[in-house]
Design a protein around this ligand. Structure first.
Ligand code: COA
Length: 142
């Protein structure tokens, strides 16, 4: 299993996971713009030439705003998210980031458990932050 930077050729495969995972998915162009900004970092996990998951942050004034985390449904529970997020956070620190933040649906227990296990702390609620369905967001910081 290889964790590496996302490149433009990965975007169709990343986007397929994105549309199969989220009710309000990013477009291919959203990913393209995000990976082209030098302040941001996007990683993919690859095995046997197949993209299994991806994550990334926007680097904004010393903070990493993590805005995409997904693992292909058929390979969840194998530790892939933990490996890729540890790598993302390590690389973010190496490029000078001092803190990381994200939002997650308040009922997304697998993701919240994952973020807690990585050291993220709960920092507040954004009311009705999500659509399709409407749900509050838990704000977390590391
Ligand atoms: C959340 C998600 C990224 C986890 O990916 P994964 O590769 O299956 O996670 P891992 O195998 O690395 O698990 C790491 C930790 O996450 C938590 N976790 C993962 N799946 C879980 C589940 N079904 N129930 C409870 N906790 C779970 C556990 O703390 C786990 O640690 P453990 O194995 O020591 O118990 C994956 O379920 C996913 O893509 N979900 C849909 C997209 C999503 O919700 N993204 C987050 C948006 S903010």
């Amino acid at each position: 299993m290889l964790v590496r930077k996302m490149c433009e050729n990965d975007i169709p495969f990343v986007h397929e996971i994105e549309v199969n995972t989220f009710s309000d998915p990013w477009s291919r162009d959203d990913f393209k713009k995000s990976i082209l900004d030098v302040n941001n970092l996007y990683l993919v996990v690859e095995e046997n030439n197949e993209i299994l998951g991806y994550c990334g942050f926007w680097g904004v004034v010393g903070e990493g705003q993590i805005n995409n985390v997904a693992v292909k449904e058929s390979v969840r529970g194998r530790g892939i998210a933990r490996i890729m997020l540890n790598s993302l956070i390590q690389k973010g620190k190496e490029q000078g980031l001092e803190a990381f933040t994200l939002e997650v649906r308040v009922n997304n227990h697998p993701a919240i458990s994952l973020y807690h296990s990585l050291g993220f702390k709960d920092a507040g609620i954004r009311k009705n932050f999500y659509e399709k369905p409407v749900e509050d967001a838990l704000i977390m910081w590391l």
